[in-house]
Ligand binder design. Sequence first.
Ligand SMILES: C=CC1=C(C)c2cc3[nH]c(cc4nc(cc5[nH]c(cc1n2)c(C)c5CCC(=O)O)C(CCC(=O)O)=C4C)c(C)c3C=C
Ligand code: FE2
Ligand code: FE2
Length: 336
Amino acid sequence: MNLGSPDSTEVKDVRRYLDEFLMDKRVIDKPWLLRFLLIKGIIVPFRAPKSAEAYKTIWWKEGSPLIVLSQQLQEAVQQKTELPVELSMRYGNPTPEAAYNALLKRLPDVEEVILVPLYPHYAMSSFETAVEHMKEAHKKNNYPFQLKVVPPFYKHPSYINALAESMRPYLREDFDQLLFSYHGIPERHVLKSDPTKKHCMQVENCCFKSSTSHPTCYRHQVTITSELVAKKLGLKKEQWQQSYQSRLGRDPWLLPNTQVRLPQLPGEGVKKLVVVCPSFVSDCLETLEEIELRGKETFMEYGGATYSYIPCMNTSPLWVDTLLQLIEETRQTAGV
Ligand SMILES: C=CC1=C(C)c2cc3[nH]c(cc4nc(cc5[nH]c(cc1n2)c(C)c5CCC(=O)O)C(CCC(=O)O)=C4C)c(C)c3C=C
Ligand SMILES: [Fe+2]
Ligand SMILES: [Fe+2]
C-alpha cells in the first residue's frame, strides 16, 4: 500500500483527493468539526488549484508518477514470487477493497494476506493510517483470511543496503554535502506517538537514547536511517545533514525545514549539493516537484553551483529483493 494520488490533474480530482487525505484524523488531528471547517473552508479551496498546477509539472502520459511507479513495483515483485501481489492506495484508487477482492479472485482459498505499507518509517500520518485503513476494510467485509503487517523497516540491513547502493552512483561526482530530506510531520505527532509520554523531544538527544518509544518514533527512525546509510557509504559526519520537507500549516513541524535550509546552504559554503528523500520509496509530487524542480531552483538562485537529486528506489532490483525478504520474514511471524 502506498499513499495515493489524484485521478488526474484537474482541480476537481485534486480537490477530491485532498478532501479525503486531509480529513484523515491521523493527518490533521483536530476535532472533527474544526477539521471539517478548516479543510472544506480554508485549506482545500486554496490548495487544490495550486496543487493541481504542481501536479501538471510532473504528470506523465501514463498518469501520476506515484501510481505508475507503484504499479511497476508491484509488477517487479510479482515477477519474482508465486504469491499473488496486488496494489492498494491509502487515498483514492485502487482502494483496499479492490486489492483484497483481486487477491481473492486469484486465490479463492487465501488464508493470509501480508500488508506492506510502502513507508520505511512509522508515522501516524503514513504507516499507522495505512494499517488501520486496511484493518477496517478487512473487518467491514468479513474477509476469510488473516492479515499480517510488515513493520517499519528503517534499519533493516537489506533496506539500508538497497538505499545506499541506489545513492552510491550519485556520490561519485564531486559534492560538498549530502542532504537527507525527509517528509516532515508536526512535532505534536511525535509527542502523540510516544507511548511513554516522557521521552520523545523531552529528553536531551532523545533519538540516540534507548527507549520503548522508538518503535513508533518517526524522528528516531529517520535519524537512524541517515546514520546507517551514511556509515554504509563511508561518509564522515561533516559530509551530510538531515532536514524535513513539505510543511503544511502553521503548527510547529520537525526542524530543520528543507525549504529554509536550501537557501542557507550556499552561504555556509555548500556549493555542490546532493539530495536524497528516503521517506519515499517511489518518486512523487513531493520529490519530483518540491525537491528535484523547486529545490534546485532555490539552491541555485542563492548561489549554489551543482544540485543533484537522487531518485527514489522505485523498481531497483535490490529494493525488490528487500521487499521479498520483508514479506518472507513477516510470513514467519504471528498475525494481527
Ligand atoms: C498535515 C499534513 C501532512 C502530513 C502530516 C503528511 C505526512 C506524510 N506524507 C507522506 C507522504 C506523501 N505525502 C504526499 C503528498 C501530500 N502530503 C500532504 C500533507 C501531509 N503529509 C499533502 C497536502 C499532500 C498532497 C500534495 C500537496 O498538495 O502538496 C505524497 C505525494 C502524493 C502524490 O500524489 O505524489 C506522499 C508520498 C509521508 C510519508 C508522511 C509522513 C511521514
Ligand atoms: Fe504528505
Ligand atoms: Fe523519539
